[in-house]
Write a protein that binds this ligand. Structure first.
Ligand code: PLP
Length: 398
């Protein structure tokens, strides 16, 4: 088996996925189905190497498992204020027309976005969420054996996309919970194709500011595509970030979403802004009709609703102001966040704490060892969560 792998996977040295595939062939992950042997032969070996993305647990699932009436999800950074009422109205009025395919090049939404960001329509591409856009970028640029740089911990999809394309993931640890841009720049080689930067970063909620980005981009050679994933940018209050200013100078792609502050996660709509030649390239490899008419209408309506945006931002700012001293009182360390979630350290196994919170009806995202990511909820959700957390922590420490 080793011989076969070595013959088939020359060119991938440095990547860990042949080893993962080998482990699979040798039986580490077998479930014992009758298809097992067949799938090993049929599947693209890369598929076996993927660590699948773990979404937050759905509310209905937790209700059923623990027999709970009410469950609060603080695990996926959704907007607890819900979508804009204007978006709901737009959805209602469009429902009778969903027998039609969407306008694949949604001019109205692109025009509204172009006006908002002071770019041309041709600088924009839409996707079913930022995740789709990120995948389109990787499909368009990354070849097997290329190097893809991202930080750790950061949005896991970056590394999964690297694995899916047969690239070599170069992972640079955060420094003081922030992207270490000089260290990331130092990892760039002639094989580097893409650098991913989540700004603010998920899960730490930290940012790299305008000056840091500027000096990073100055040091990045032109053969490297820099992807600025700004899914949470609307929550940033303390510093200015203007990555859009660089799209005409460098292969910089700015990725945004309507899933977070706009409260449209269930509709799946995001977009990217880049130089028009880059957009034309990305369009070659997107799915036909990769966004829905309903998503277009709701996104367009939410762009008009400044009040919903301000209210949502304010709720998160106040939520963090409430949570920080509560965490201090409970002996929970936290990272000050520029997003709608807080990265905490319980100083004990976070999966045990998260399981105990599930039984109390709160879903959080346990992560590395003693750390977890907690979405900032509505005021009453935050207060109830703090009460539950205090109870769980006092039980766990007994
Ligand atoms: C940094 C980052 N980018 C992108 C996404 C996904 O956004 P979307 O729902 O638009 O696919 C998330 C969601 O968790 C995220 O944290």
């Amino acid at each position: 088996v080793k011989g076969v792998l070595e013959n088939n996977f020359t060119g991938y040295s440095g990547s860990t996925w042949p080893q993962v595939y080998l482990n699979h062939l040798l039986g580490e992950e077998h479930g014992g189905s009758k298809f097992q042997g067949l799938l090993q032969l049929l599947a693209n070996p890369i598929t076996w190497s993927i660590n699948p993305y773990q979404p937050g647990r759905p509310i209905s699932d937790v209700k059923r498992e623990f027999g709970l009436e009410a469950v609060t999800k603080l695990a996926s950074n959704e907007n607890p204020a819900g979508p804009s009422p204007l978006a709901l109205e737009a959805l209602q009025s469009l429902l009778p027309q969903i027998n039609f395919y969407p306008d694949d090049n949604d001019l109205e939404l692109k025009e509204a976005l172009a006006e908002k960001f002071n770019v041309e329509r041709e600088n924009l591409i839409l996707g079913h969420g930022a995740t789709d856009i990120l995948e389109i970028i990787v499909r368009a640029f990354v070849c097997p054996g290329d190097e893809v740089i991202s930080a750790h911990p950061s949005f896991p999809w970056f590394q999964i996309l690297g694995q899916m394309s047969g690239a070599i993931n170069i992972v640079v640890p955060l420094r003081d919970d922030r992207h270490d841009l000089p260290a990331m720049a130092a990892k760039i080689t002639s094989n580097t194709k893409v650098v991913f930067i989540a700004n603010p970063n998920n899960p730490t909620g930290t940012i790299v500011d305008r000056d840091e980005i500027c000096s990073f981009l100055r040091s990045v050679p032109d053969h490297v595509v820099v992807v600025m994933d700004e899914a949470y940018i609307e929550y940033v209050t303390r510093k200015e970030i203007d990555s859009l200013a660089y799209i005409s100078q460098k292969p910089v792609i700015v990725v945004r979403t309507f899933s977070k502050i706009a409260g449209l996660a269930g509709l799946r709509i995001g977009f990217a802004v880049a130089e028009r030649e880059i957009i034309r390239l990305l369009e070659r490899v997107k799915q036909p009709f990769n966004t829905t008419a309903l998503a277009h209408a709701a996104a367009l309506a939410s762009l008009q609703d400044r009040e919903h945006l301000e209210r949502s931002r304010q709720m998160v700012t106040e939520g963090k102001q409430y949570l920080y001293p509560q965490f201090e009182r409970l002996g929970v360390d936290y990272v000050r966040s520029e997003a709608n979630f807080v990265f905490v350290d319980f100083h004990q196994d976070s999966h045990t704490i998260a399981d105990a919170l599930l039984r109390q009806g709160f879903i959080i995202r346990p992560m590395l060892d003693s750390c977890a990511r907690i979405t900032v909820g509505a005021p009453e959700q935050n207060a109830a969560f703090v009460t539950a957390l205090a109870e769980v922590l006092s039980e766990e420490s007994l």
